[in-house]
Design a protein around this ligand. Sequence first.
Ligand code: PMM
Length: 280
Amino acid sequence: MPSLPVQGRTLVMGILNVTPDSFSDGGRWDSADAAIARGLELAREGADIVDVGGESTRPGAARVEPGEEVTRVLPVVEALAAEGVPVSIDTMRARTARAAVDAGACLVNDVSGGLADPDMGRIVAELECDYVAMHWRAHSTQMDDLDVYADVVGEVGTELSERIGALTAAGVDPARIILDPGLGFAKVADSNWPLLARMGEWSGGARVLVGASRKRFLGAAIARDGIDASDPSVREHATTAVTTLAAHHGAWAVRVHDARAARDAIAVASAWQNATSTPE
Ligand code: PMM
């Protein structure tokens, strides 16, 4: 089974949504064959990990039946792992996480940080795999109403610490937990930027995953006359800018649609960083 790479640079997690309705790539890879081909392409283009998801979490999305989620993701996880591609499973359900890890996934990416399924902590502890705990307040039908913070950095930090407490109480090794600020989840435009700019304050030294790719808050930042930033693909250059900055500030990984652009940005950030520490 392929395992998580260790590279000494920010890793690239390529997004592979096997769904009909995700906000940027929904419907493009919703047959197993198309999804597997896309996963292999992401790996060729530089993704260190391919993140396979079978349930859209775009704002307003309805939940998918558990059986349908497993049917969508399992053949894709199995085929990519068999080809030696490190795979993460993007799910809020412990049952899907277990099936995917049994099929070869090496990382569980849970946008709810264990809040959506009370069995998640126990199952991840049993699976002994790495686990992304993302900051989350509610399912997609309600999340935009929960962008209510007096101090977004402090509150996200506190709520993530509570998740770490619950997960470790369920037996998860804290060193296995990667934190994610949940950009766009219960965060409309302005709440996202302090979480990026002040990563060290809410993360408490844990590994950080940044998932900004093509999200609405980037569209809001780049909107100007002549630019229709309501189309997610128009936000790609802004995504690459975030990747460069996230890599410069030591993010463990970025979760992106365009793996090649992310690898180029990370290479630039590494070259810059190396030059600052090399004597003239
Ligand atoms: N965003 C989406 C889905 N899964 N997982 C993590 N860890 N972090 C994110 O920000 C995140 C995620 C929604 O975006 P998509 O529809 O492009 O997958």
